[in-house]
Design a protein around this ligand. Structure first.
Ligand code: NAP
Length: 450
């Protein structure tokens, strides 16, 4: 039994009971039975249900957004935007799935050769709380369209969002068990991976959870996809449009109150514009409205839980003890942590060499481009990097220097249904979204005819 509280005012929301292992297994078995039927649906029929899902998402947009804001404190306008992004993803695959999943002809010395893309079976998803709908959709929708069924363990602090998600699929008319919510704890996940008909697992979350799930899956020769942490650099070269760089920097760090794997977490600014950048950044961050996340004009809400805010406080305090200075912010009040800018950073400080999952922006000056690259790569993570420069042609020749899953020029690193998403190094492996995402959980079957 566990209960969830509203991180804004710490009031009680709901009490939940994890299902037993026996119940979990029986739900997974039901999903296996559904798979045997679902895989026989034509792609056209599967996509018809995705169209229904768009309708149920639109109809329930406000209720979904409200639940998300209540459980994890996301400012309400961002919760609404998250649901809208899920709709966008469904529309993207509606338009493109047929092209992605049609047999693909290959020229060989045979009379005919081609590959087909067949579903694997029941896929387990383990998902985090920071984008309670988007994280689930970007894994589950392409997997289901490809003919798999999905069982999903959501983060406990967004258990209510997890329940609403399952209802969306039922209301849209999907066969029972195409998408099944498993209200289980992290410890119960290993038992699910053990089931012979669970064919693969996709986890988005921390390194610790990722390592545990991936090692279990590997021991059983099952595929895993991991989307883990990030510590993206945001590099501002001396020729950058500074106004645009500052405006983008604020969103890149402060969106979702800083709780995004692809948030910019280390700001590297050429020393010739360092002071101007700090001044403008400070002004822009001060203009953000912190408050009740249910209010339409709130830009910053509480962090999702008090312990997460305490963790950020520790990282900042330790960095200050090591010599960092706070330009603004640096204060905690229960789950709230004030938007913070820090200077005098060294690479051994927690705010540089750990992932800081909240609204904290360390700003570091650099002299040469090579130094910026070294600082940018000086992390165990590799999700993405932003580079601001007016010389687009010159930077295009240097993309290979960055050890990242994504390089965004003059834009914040974002997820987009049409762009492959994923990392290298300790940020994980595999890709979500785009054509790559829909092909993660399929059997690419080679056919050769002599
Ligand atoms: P987390 O603690 O790893 O939780 C993620 C999910 O894993 C939750 O459902 C959690 O369940 C479950 N879990 C925890 N320990 C587990 C275990 N030993 N075995 C199986 N499942 C386990 O991560 P978080 O704190 O919620 O999320 C923040 C992290 O996720 C950050 O590092 C962030 O960068 C990363 N993230 C990455 C991406 C990406 O796409 N790369 C996107 C978003 C977030 P309970 O809630 O029940 O513990």
């Amino acid at each position: 039994m566990f209960s969830n509280t509203n991180p804004f005012n710490l009031t009680f929301l709901s009490e939940y009971q994890y299902i037993t292992d026996i119940q979990a297994v029986s739900y997974c078995e039901a999903s296996k039975s559904t798979f045997n039927v679902w895989k026989t649906y034509s792609l056209h029929d599967r996509l018809k249900l995705i169209e229904n899902l768009i309708y149920t998402l639109s109809k329930n947009k406000d209720a979904l957004a409200k639940q998300c804001t209540l459980e994890m404190g996301k400012p309400i306008k961002q919760s609404v935007a998250e649901v809208e992004k899920c709709i966008l993803l469904c529309k993207y695959y509606l338009e493109n799935a047929l092209n992605f999943l049609s047999p693909h002809t290959i020229k060989t010395d045979g009379t005919e050769s081609f590959v087909t893309f067949e579903p694997l079976g029941v896929i387990l998803g383990v998902m985090p709380w920071n984008f309670p709908y988007w994280q689930v959709f970007r894994f589950a929708i392409p997997s289901i369209i490809a003919g798999n069924t999905v069982v999903l363990k959501h983060a406990s602090n967004v258990a209510g969002c997890g329940i609403l998600l399952e209802k969306l699929f039922i209301d849209a008319g999907f066969p029972e068990g195409t998408y099944k919510n498993l209200l289980i704890s992290g410890e119960q996940v290993a038992n699910i991976i053990d089931l012979p008909f669970i064919k693969a697992v996709s986890l988005t979350g921390s390194e610790k959870a990722g390592a545990s799930v991936a090692s279990k899956a590997a021991g059983l020769i099952k595929k895993s996809v991991l989307e883990l942490g990030g510590s993206n650099a945001f590099i501002v070269l001396k020729d950058a449009d500074i106004e645009k760089a500052v405006a983008t920097a604020v969103t890149a760090r402060m969106q979702n109150t800083g709780q995004s794997c692809i948030a910019a977490k280390r700001f590297l600014v050429h020393q010739s514009i360092y002071d101007v950048f700090i001044d403008k950044f400070k002004t822009a961050v001060q203009a953000l409205k912190t408050g009740n996340p249910m209010e339409e004009d709130a830009d910053i809400g509480p962090l999702a839980r008090v312990d997460l805010a305490e963790e950020i406080e520790k990282q900042v305090v330790k960095s200050v003890e090591m010599g960092a200075k706070i330009v603004i912010g640096g204060k905690r009040d229960n789950a709230f942590y004030t938007p913070t800018i820090m200077t005098d950073i060294t690479t051994d400080m927690p705010v540089f060499n750990e992932e800081v999952f909240g609204p904290v922006a360390p700003v570091i000056p650099f002299d040469t481009f090579e130094e910026a690259v070294e600082l940018s790569n000086g992390t165990e993570f590799g999700l993405g990097v932003t580079i601001f420069t007016e010389d687009r042609e010159a930077i295009k020749k240097k993309i290979h220097l960055f050890e990242e899953g994504a390089v965004f020029i003059n834009a914040l690193v974002k997820s987009d249904p049409a762009l492959p998403f994923g990392g290298v190094k300790k940020s994980g492996y595999g890709r979500e979204l785009a054509e790559n995402g829909i092909k993660e959980f399929v059997n690419v079957k080679t056919v050769y005819i002599k």
